[in-house]
Design a protein around this ligand. Structure first.
Ligand code: AMP
Length: 398
């Protein structure tokens, strides 16, 4: 079946049309500046080149309309008509405690996503607009919600509770949820496949290292801990996010800088991480790597702080699982940045890890980057969240 995978943000909409029978991506694209002047769509059909067009998109319904016209277009289209789109899979950022698996969307599901929207005020409302726009333009086509938080719902209470008065958990559901769940699930499944073992019999640490980044501990097939929390701000130092820090810093900086707590949290989300540590140089690891090579000390320190934090989380999860069989790198940095991988692996000698230097020059492919005699294995497995969403969608409505 042809599944349209939608990842809807407040002013953007990413899409892929996937034929689930052979897992081929038929087309993919991006609508940008929705609701803003100068909105445009970039569309790439499989085997063809990218076309970019300015189209007025005052709202998300217009954006979904633009996607449908590109997919069914006589020249750059890949299907004849809307009837050839059999289902839609939506990436939903926050499922709260309500959703531990993907679900077929109905009114009740929409209401439940709305209910947890205050936990992800930047994302869930946009995701809901995407759902409603597709319902409007594709009535009768089944739609599935796939949650970033769902895979982490197996975490035990000791891992997900904060050391706060319990009433805040009871009243407001303040707890750790974790994100990138689709990726952690996909990659841990894939590594078990590569090893020819059942995921249930393995201890796996997945390092999803992109602009946003998180680590998860997958023990016996289930997520037992992950580094992101109530929001995607906790955990690792990221491209622009601070990750873990003393919460007292928020009040301290608010007072010193004459800003509100909300403004400081915005800085923690958008101007911190390796961007902030490098003095605003870049959030992109390629730029930072080049700058560090040219002798920029702030860039070098930013990368060192980043890899040190990843290594600390790996150590914590080895302790949480009482061991580890394989550590897997994925996402933009994990798949491509050989220096960042080498820096993290430099901390793993106590696990019997030695790096295969030749293998660690490979980018964007499934490859073992530890040596044959490493007691703990280290692999790179490219993630594919869209394919995971398409699979989840097919398993529910196929
Ligand atoms: P993501 O959020 O998963 O798209 O990852 C984005 C990050 O991946 C950016 O910081 C990029 O610098 C990094 N990245 C992507 N491709 C490469 C590459 N070929 N070499 C080094 N870093 C890369």
């Amino acid at each position: 079946m042809n599944i349209l995978v939608i990842n809807c943000g407040s002013s953007s909409l990413k899409y892929q049309l996937i034929d689930s029978a052979n897992e081929k991506v038929l087309a993919k694209g991006l609508c940008e500046r929705i609701g803003i002047d100068g909105s445009c769509i970039s569309h790439t059909p499989a085997g063809g080149s990218k076309v970019k067009e300015e189209i007025p998109m005052p709202d998300h319904v217009a954006a979904v309309n633009a996607v449908i016209s590109k997919l069914t277009d006589a020249t750059v289209g890949v299907v004849k008509s809307l009837e050839e789109i059999d289902a839609v899979g939506h990436r939903i950022v926050h499922g709260g405690e309500k959703f531990a698996t993907s679900v077929v969307i109905d009114d009740e599901v929409i209401a439940a996503i709305e209910e947890v929207s205050d936990l992800a005020p930047l994302h869930n409302p946009a995701n809901l607009i995407g759902i409603r726009s597709c319902q409007k333009l594709m009535p009768g086509v089944p739609q599935v919600a796939v949650f970033d938080t769902a895979f982490h719902q197996t975490m035990p209470k000791k891992a997900y509770l904060y050391g706060l008065p319990y009433e805040y958990y009871e009243k407001y559901k303040v707890r750790r949820y974790g994100f990138h769940g689709t990726s952690h699930d996909y990659v841990s499944n894939r590594i078990a496949e590569i090893f020819g073992q059942k995921r249930e019999d393995m201890k796996i640490i997945v390092c999803h290292l992109g602009n946003g980044a998180s680590v998860s501990a997958v023990d016996g097939g289930k997520c037992v801990d992950t580094s992101m929390g109530l929001t995607p701000l906790e955990g690792l130092i990221m491209g622009t996010r601070s990750g873990d820090m003393d919460p007292a810093i928020i009040g301290f900086l608010a007072q010193k800088e004459g800003k509100s707590a909300e403004e400081i949290i915005n800085i923690c989300n958008k101007k911190s991480g390796v961007l902030g540590l490098s003095g605003g140089l870049s959030s992109d690891f390629r730029d930072l790597g080049n700058a560090a090579e040219e002798g920029n000390e702030m860039a070098a320190t930013a990368l060192e702080a980043w890899s040190y934090r990843v290594a600390k989380y790996i150590g914590a999860y080895v302790a949480a699982m009482n061991g580890v069989d394989v550590i897997v790198f994925t996402a933009g940095v994990g798949e491509n940045n050989v220096t960042a991988r080498a820096q993290v692996m430099g901390y793993l000698g106590y696990l019997g890890v030695t790096m295969n230097e030749d293998a660690n020059t490979i980018r964007g492919e499934e490859v073992e980057i530890s040596t044959e005699d490493s007691t703990t294995k280290v692999w790179v497995v490219p993630t594919d969240e869209e394919m995971a969403i398409a699979r989840a969608t097919e398993s529910l409505v196929g």
